[in-house]
Design a binder for this molecule. Sequence first.
Ligand code: ADE
Length: 225
Amino acid sequence: MRIDILTVLPELLESPLNQSILKRAQKKGLVEIYVHNIRDYTTDKHRQTDDYPFGGEAGMVMKIEPIYRCITKLKEERPYDEVIYTSPDGEMFNQKRANYFSTLNNIIILCGHYKGVDYRVREHLVTKEISIGDYVLTGGELAAAIITDSVVRVIPGAIGDEASALTDSFQDDLLAPPVYTRPAEFNGWKVPDVLLSGNFKEIAEWQERQALERTERLRPDLLHK
Ligand code: ADE
C-alpha cells in the first residue's frame, strides 16, 4: 500500500509517521508513506498556499492551484483509490473506515488548514471527506497521522502478533476486555484468578463477558447500533 499525504506543514507529520509500528511496517515494505509539501507546488514568488476568501469573511482559504498540481502529478504516476480530505465537517472516522482504507493500494490524504480548502478541491478532486471527531484541530495533519496510524496497523503483518489487531476494541463493535501482566499481585491488587487458571475456554468466556459488560457500561451505543 502507498499513502501520499499533502500538507503545508510536513514537519508536523515527520515524527508520528516514523516510530514504532509505522516505522517497522515501512521497513518491511508493507506500506510506503510520502509527505508532500504543498508549497513546493506553488509557482508564484511568495510561494503562497492560501488567500483571502471571496465574500470577505475572516480567515484564509487554501488555494486550489498548488493542490491541483500536486494531485495531478501523483495521479499521472499511478492510479489512486481514494483522495481523502481531513476536515471537521467530514464523515466520522472509525475502525470500519480504517479497515476499508487498509485494503486499498494507493490513497492520497490532503490535510486541511485555516478555514479549509477552496471548495472546488472538495467538489472535483476529493473522493472522501473524513473527520476524526466533533472538535476542531488547528489543521488536518494530526488527523492524517491518526488515520494513517490506524490504517497501517491493520495491514496484515504490520503488528507482530497477527491476532492482536483483530482483538482490538471496535473490531467487532465491542470494547476490548481488560489485560494484565506480571506480577500477579501488586500492592494487594490481584489479577483475576481465571486468567491464571490455564483454562483457555474459561478465559475466553471471561474475556467475552468482560467485553460485553464494559461495552454496555461505557459505550452502549455500540451494542444498540
Ligand atoms: N481538521 C481540523 N479538525 C479536524 C477534525 N476534527 N477531523 C479531521 N480534520 C480536522
